[in-house]
Design a protein around this ligand. Structure first.
Ligand code: ATP
Length: 513
């Protein structure tokens, strides 16, 4: 645990020190759970967004994009159920005065039991070596069986109680499990209350004509209300999808995990419209596709796992999360939800407009079913950034801090470094920059010894350093150094564009899917 906390602290301070993420309005002591992306962060974020967009829109003939406004007619949120049901159960500790999400307290408890079981499994795997049969061990070892059944029992009881809105039982469960406040250590809890997460605001000039609005808590509804417009003007046939990236706002109860849980964040969502009855097939399809997208970035297969929901949202008939191994453990990174025809039907009812599709093959109209993939861009940023940040001990015993970002996502693709600040080397370096800048983000650095400059670029995540030295003047070659291996090669200046392009092009990376 201590180790995890240290690692997470390092992630946060590195993000600040190297110009990735700043606290919002820091000079006024910041605004809780709101962050700004700095000079490097904005590039990384843009590259993740583009990597998602190309994988979803450019790679699929039947998926198109959309950019709906953040403000929407307030009836949207009545129809979607957010006004009545977009609540989180909150609970306060009377001693520390800290506020928690009751479901998260219980989930964390369940995860602790899970970790105990995993520890037993790991120990046994070590003890039995080659002959270890994991499945058999899990189903027969009394301790592991006990841990897993306790975990499942806790989660399913919570799921049931949330579904039935039985908040008293949620409190009972917290008391029975003897869950204590991590800050005060006490079990002196208030009752569990529901809290609506939408931010309200007003539109209009005078008090009399002003209209109450919400800042959208998800981008999905912008897609649903545009379903018929896009379908007709794009002549889309079922199955087809609409993809969108954009800001969403939630007045989160607890916000202590850096950019994991923000009050203003960005989502990348795709709603896929299908024939009723075919939704579960497509749900499985998108679960698989989305995992492939994640794996293509090479952050490590073991860092992902699926988690099927115990409590289904009011609109869903199947839902799973892709969880990622964040510095504070496995948590939701992306949701894949089979949303049925709930949203389109609700908007039909509230607007009085038809939101249907005429299926020529079936010769009938229907309200399509929807499978959604929804990922938080900021969470993806955190997953990529935290996993890439590594402390390496080198052969000579020295250490280096290196940000091994997937090169396709790195803010700057190459740094051009004149070995020394004179003899015409800076001029050659500038010339190289002027050739490369049309295709890539590149930077120039002439300060300090070359070794220190390499370390600086390692820490900021630049995949290539290109060094101009005296030989360059004679033979037009430079040294190119690879961030991850630290290997150096001598190449012609004229080859640089190809080398970098092969390594960082989105096309090449997407082909790994
Ligand atoms: P959680 O259970 O963590 O609150 P959620 O289930 O409410 O998340 P969804 O409504 O499914 O989340 O939203 C889809 C995605 O949007 C999530 O998988 C997550 O990546 C992202 N997301 C949701 N809330 C936030 C937030 N407050 N800050 C950053 N990203 C968020």
């Amino acid at each position: 645990m201590k180790n995890q906390e240290d690692k997470f602290k390092k992630v946060i301070s590195h993000a600040k020190e190297y110009g990735y993420v700043f606290q919002s309005s820091e000079i006024y002591d910041g605004l809780s759970a709101v962050y700004d992306y700095a000079q490097n962060g904005v590039e990384l974020k843009k590259n993740i967004r583009e990597y998602w967009w190309k994988a979803m829109v450019q790679m699929h003939e039947n998926i198109v994009g959309l950019d709906a406004a953040i403000f929407m007619h307030p009836t949207t949120w009545k129809a979607s159920g957010h006004v009545d049901a977009f609540n989180d159960p909150l609970i306060d500790n009377k001693d520390s005065k800290k506020r928690y999400r009751a479901d998260v307290l219980i989930e964390d408890y369940a995860e602790k039991i899970n970790l105990k079981a995993q520890k037993e499994i790991k120990k046994a795997a070590k003890r039995f070596g080659e002959s270890f049969n994991k499945d058999e061990f899990i189903s027969t070892n009394p301790r592991v069986v006990k841990y897993f059944s306790k975990r499942d029992e806790v989660l399913s009881r919570m799921g049931r109680s949330l579904e039935n809105e039985d908040l008293a039982d949620i409190k009972n469960l917290i008391e029975e499990l003897e869950i204590a406040c991590p800050v005060s250590g006490s079990r002196n809890w208030t009752d569990v209350k529901q809290f609506n997460l939408m931010f309200g605001t007003k539109i209009g000039a005078s008090a009399e004509t002003a209209m109450d609005l919400y800042l959208r808590p998800e981008t999905a509804q912008g897609i649903f209300v545009n379903f018929a417009n896009v379908q007709k003007t794009g002549r889309m046939k079922i199955p087809f999808g609409i993809a969108q990236t954009g800001k969403a706002f939630r007045n989160e109860i607890v916000a202590r995990q850096f950019i994991f849980r923000m009050r203003e964040f960005e989502q990348m969502e795709m709603q896929f419209f299908v024939r009723p009855g075919e939704e579960l097939k497509w749900y499985e399809h998108w679960k698989e596709e989305r995992l492939k997208w994640h794996l293509s970035l090479g952050l490590g297969k073991d860092n992902y796992r699926f988690h099927d929901h115990d409590k289904l949202a009011h609109y869903a008939n199947a839902a799973a999360d892709i969880e990622f191994n964040f510095p504070f453990g496995f948590k939701e990174l992306e949701g894949i939800h089979s949303r049925t025809d709930f949203d389109l039907k609700a908007h039909e009812e509230h607007s009085g407009k038809k939101l249907q599709f005429f299926d020529h093959e079936l010769n009938k109209s229907y309200v399509p079913y929807v499978v959604e993939t929804s990922i938080g861009l900021d969470r993806m940023f955190l997953a990529v950034f935290a996993t890439s940040l590594q402390n390496e001990v080198l052969e000579d015993g020295s250490e280096r801090i290196v940000l091994k970002l997937p090169s396709v996502l790195a803010p700057t693709k190459a740094a051009i470094l004149p070995l020394i600040k004179k003899d015409g080397l800076p001029e050659i370096a500038r010339k190289i920059i002027n050739e490369l800048k049309f295709d890539f983000n590149v930077s120039y650095d002439e300060k300090d010894a070359i070794g220190r400059r390499y370390r600086r670029q390692d820490a900021v995540g630049t995949p290539f350093c290109i060094t101009v030295d005296h030989d360059t003047k004679n033979d037009n070659t430079v040294t190119i150094r690879h961030r991850d291996t630290m290997q150096q090669e001598r190449v012609k200046i004229s080859e640089l564009k190809n080398i970098i392009s092969n390594n960082v092009s989105i096309g090449n990376w997407l082909q790994k899917m």
